[in-house]
Structure formats: C-alpha cells, structure tokens
Design a protein around this ligand. Structure first.
Ligand SMILES: [Zn+2]
Length: 288
C-alpha cells in the first residue's frame, strides 16, 4: 500500500499573485520521464514544422515555375506573326480573290469596248451575288480557272494589234478621195505604210473565208474570227493563204502591194463586226 503511495507525486501549480493553488497527482515514474516526453513532443513539433516549411517552399517553387511558364507562353504567343493565324490566312486568300475579280472586271470592260459580250463573274460573288460566299475554296478556284480559259480564247480570237508594224498613213472615216480631192469618201479601215513584198500578218486566230481579187481591194484576204469578227487585208501583191485554212495570230497571210484601187504600196486593214466595218484603231492596243 505504502509502496503504491510512493509511486504517486503531487505537483502543486501556484498561481502567481493569487492564493489559489492547484494540485495534480501524477505517477512519479511519469514525472521522471517528463523530460523525455518534452523532448519527444518537441521533436514531433520540429518535424511537423520542418515538413510544413518544406511543403510550403515546394509550393512556392511550383507557383514560380508556373508563373515563368505563363510568361514564356505569353511571349511566344506575341512573337507568332499575325499573318500566320488561320483567320488571317483566310483574309489574305479573300483579298487575292478580290484582286483577281477586279482585274477580270477590267478585262471584261476592254472586251465590251471591242463589241464582245464579256462574262459574268456572278458565280464567284461578282455582280453583288452573296450566295457565292457558300462556295468552297476549290470551287471558287475552278470557276476562276474557267473564266481565264474563256479569256485566253477571247484574247486569241479577237483581232488585236498590228497586221504589220509601221506608221498609219490613213485613218478610219470620211476623207477626201485620193483619186478626186474634190470628192469625200468613206474609208472603212486604216492604211499602214509599207513596201511591196513586206509581210502582212493576221491579228487573231481564225479561218480564211476569202482569198482572191475583191474589186477595189485588189488582192484581198478575209479572215473570220469568233464573236462575228472579221479582218480584211487589201491591195496585196501576193496572197499566201487559201480559203478554208485555219490561221493563227501573227501568221503571214500575204505581202504588201498596190493592187486594186490604190495609189501606191500600202496595207489596207479592216476590222468588221457582224459584217460592219468598225474603227480598227480600237483594236491596236488594249488601252483604247
Ligand atoms: Zn485603205
């Protein structure tokens, strides 16, 4: 019994400045080990604190890394050229298409001035057709390809340029009759200076519809082109093509002379549309 009593120690807690005291009874062996417990608790606290600090620093480092990555990402984003984005590529393609469209319209105007119908680009959005916006890129491109093919055809078969490179000696329209200056006559073409034997070349692809003597025109060649165009080469000293022959632009059709109603060697050149003579000057360059 007394042995058991010795095992218990009484700890008195004295409250400073106060009479009240508190007594706690604990086993003596616990009291002896108090130091060990204190060290144990201290150790655990240190370990926990260390762990917290370690985890916090880890967290901070991660946050910093995240921040750095974000900054790098922003930098990279801003360094990507604006034109490389998909939306801008589409805008550029649209701009090119509009540019082509504008040029086709310009060519159309030139063709119309020459009495040709031209072509409508409504299918690809020209002439204010908004439905065309639904076309895919390849559909749009193939339509333009078709237009260009037609254009190539129109250019090849429309009289254009000079039957021979030389100066003009007489223009289209009324002039005084070279055989009777008191009398005015209508000159249905233009005359090019030339010496006998100089080459006369056709101004567009076509088919020879006449090759022979043609009244006042003397030795004459007439070539039919598409869109009811015809070109005529007169006063030739020699004809080098036959009726029914297909000729290509720039091909020699005859030689300059002074046959028929002519006062000297020159080339008489006419452009006819639907059988009616038009001013060939409009067909010498595209800028008219
Ligand atoms: Zn003439």
């Amino acid at each position: 019994m007394s042995q058991k009593h010795q095992d218990i120690s009484t700890v008195i807690i004295v409250n400073k400045g106060n009479q009240r005291t508190k007594t706690i009874q604990i086993k003596t062996r616990h009291l002896g080990r108090l130091k060990h417990y204190a060290f144990g608790v201290f150790g655990v606290i240190m370990l926990l604190t260390g762990t917290i600090f370690y985890l916090r620093s880890q967290n901070q480092r991660q946050e910093q890394e995240e921040k750095q990555l974000l900054t790098q990402l922003t930098k990279l984003k801003s360094s990507i050229p604006v034109t490389d984005t998909l939306a801008n590529k589409a805008n550029t393609a649209q701009a090119y298409v509009q540019d082509i469209e504008g040029k086709l319209q310009k060519i159309n105007n030139y063709l119309k001035k020459r009495g040709l119908k031209g072509f409508s680009t409504a299918a690809v959005g020209g002439n204010g057709n908004t439905e065309a916006a639904k076309l895919t890129d390849s559909e749009t491109y193939s339509l333009y390809d078709e237009y260009l093919d037609r254009l190539v055809h129109a250019v090849a078969f429309t009289p254009m340029g000079y039957p021979r490179i030389s100066s003009l000696t007489s223009f289209f329209g009324y002039r005084s009759d070279p055989f009777n200056s008191a009398h005015a006559e209508f000159h249905p073409g233009i005359d090019f200076r030339g010496a006998r034997g100089d080459e006369a070349r056709c101004t567009a692809n076509g088919k020879v519809v006449f090759a022979g003597w043609y009244g006042g025109y003397g030795n004459c060649v007439r070539i039919a082109h598409t869109n009811n165009f015809e070109t005529l080469y007169g006063h030739l000293s020699r004809i080098t093509v036959k009726v029914g022959e297909d000729v290509t632009v720039g091909e020699k059709v005859g030689e300059v002379g002074s046959t028929g109603r002519s006062t000297g060697n020159h080339l008489h050149y006419e452009v006819r549309k639907n059988g009616k003579a038009v001013n060939p000057v409009s067909f010498l360059t595209l800028n008219n």
